[in-house]
Structure formats: C-alpha cells, structure tokens
Write a new protein. Structure first.
Length: 286
C-alpha cells in the first residue's frame, strides 16, 4: 500500500511539472505519458474554436486525449471522422464505448443530432456522463446492441471499468466473460421508432458482428448512403459479402491509415484489423 501511495504522489508531481509543457503544445513522448494517467475533465479542441469535454478516469483513450488532443486516439480515423461530421445532420455512433466519436461529431457540428449506441450498462452510463458535460450537444445515448434482429441477446462482457471488446459473439475473446442480457435493434426499424427520416454518418465498431449490424440497416444504406466508418477485424466470408454489397450500392472504400485515406481493394485478404471508410466520394477525404 505504501508503494502505491508513493507511485500516486510521484504521478501527481510529474503531472504538475509537465503540465505547462503540454499547454505549450510541446509533445510528450508516449512512453512517458502512458505512465502519467490524468484524472479529471479533459477539454479537447476540434478546431475552429469548437471543443468538447470528457471525463478521464486514467484509462488509455482518455489519457491520450488529455496529452495529445484530437490526435490522441486513432488520429487516422478520428480526424476524417471530424471532417465528415461537419456536414452530417444525423450521426449514429454504434459501439460508442464512452462516447469519444459522439463527442467529436457533436462538437464539430452543433446542429447535428447524434445517437450513441452502447449496450454495456456501466459504459453507457459513462457515455451519458460525458454527454452531460457538454450540455449544448445533441447526444442521445441508447443502451442497445445493434444487430439484424429486434429482441434480446446475450452480450459477452470481459469485465473491467471500460471494456472495449464486449461482443454478441461468445467466441470473440478467449477469456473469462460475464453474460448480460441486452436489447437488440435493427437500425432500419429503430429509425422508424425515433422518427428519423435521414442518416448522414455512421461509425460501426461492434466487435465481430459487423455483418449482422449491416444486414439490419440495408434499407437505410440504400436510401440515404450515409458515410460509414467500419472497424474490420478479419476477412470472414459473411462480412466480406456485406462489404462488397456496399460497393454494389455505389460506395467507394478507403483504408484509414497513417498516410491518409487510401483507396482500398476489398479482395486484399490483408484487410484485417483496420478501419475502413465507405463514402459516395472519397476525394473529400484525400
């Protein structure tokens, strides 16, 4: 216990000592900042005078946002997301976790309506808290899983304060998991429930059931062709069939990588563990 107290005091001292350097915009090496877990409210600028607040509990994503701002977490994906958000009036953040992408979208376009879907109850509450920190944003949090059927399903929760890998697939993780009964919705049906007649932008991060979520929103995609940010973890045939179906609808696909948004060939079986952008016109992001 004495060691833990000493470590905590040392971190607090270093945070105070390095804080002025951070405020000057001087980058702190990641190998240092990852050990300096900031706890408190983080103010993240997204440009043009806009910003959002989020609560940091010292976890990795929040901590990176504290130290590095909008480039702190997945900048190859988050920055194009902010660009897409500028003209998006209705945004769906599916698999919101604590709401980073929802917060970014709402801050970038104050007139937008942002719907955040997070099925893990304790994480959904963190998302609600972050939304409350930004009272002028139009973020609505729904404690729902998104799939190809309406009803209930079993969510496999690996535990932890902020699990990023809870999935409807029991085989998604090879670890001890808790089963939680959650409500599932098809996006096509849900949009009718909440009287939404358009969708402009969707982020899909659902830990191994992307093809199910896409099946449940086919009509929405065909009708509105929203810009899509999709986490692709593997090249399962069922998933690749759905992604190729997007190309048949007229979408272009790009790889969100450190070099920017690069046109991507879905037949490349290296398409695993990457974020892909599907848009009517990729040139906006290049």
């Amino acid at each position: 216990m004495a060691r833990n107290s000493a470590d905590r005091l040392l971190r607090q001292f270093l945070l105070k000592a390095i804080g002025p350097i951070r405020r000057l915009g001087i980058p702190i090496p990641a190998k240092i900042s990852k050990h300096l877990q900031f706890r408190g409210v983080v103010d993240v600028s997204v440009g043009s005078g806009a910003s959002f607040k989020m609560q940091s509990h010292g976890h990795a994503i929040e901590n990176r946002m504290y130290w590095y701002g909008k480039r702190g977490h997945e900048p190859e994906t988050f920055l194009p997301w902010l660009e897409a958000s500028k003209t998006a009036e209705v945004v769906l953040d599916i698999g919101a976790n604590t709401g980073l992408y929802s917060l970014g979208a709402a801050a970038t376009n104050r007139t937008s309506r942002v719907l955040a879907f997070e099925p893990v109850p304790r994480v959904a509450e963190l998302t609600r808290h972050n939304a409350r920190l930004n009272p002028s944003s139009n973020i609505e949090v729904f404690e729902l899983a998104v799939s190809d059927e309406n009803g209930t399903a079993i969510l496999h929760d690996p535990g932890g304060d902020q699990p990023a890998s809870a999935s409807l697939r029991g085989d998604f993780l090879d670890c001890k998991q808790t089963e939680i009964k959650v409500r599932c919705v098809r996006i096509d049906d849900f949009l009718s429930e909440v009287n939404l007649s358009r969708v402009d932008l969707i982020k899909l991060d659902v830990e191994g059931i992307e093809e199910l979520a896409l099946r449940g929103m086919r009509t929405t995609l065909q009708t509105h062709m929203p810009t899509l940010f999709i986490e692709v973890l593997d090249a399962r045939p069922e998933l690749m069939a759905e992604l190729n179906g997007l190309l048949n609808m007229g979408y272009q696909v790009g790889d969100l990588c450190s070099d920017g948004v690069i046109p991507y060939d879905l037949s490349d079986k290296k398409g695993v563990e990457r974020n892909l952008l599907f848009a009517k016109d990729l040139s906006r992001f290049q």
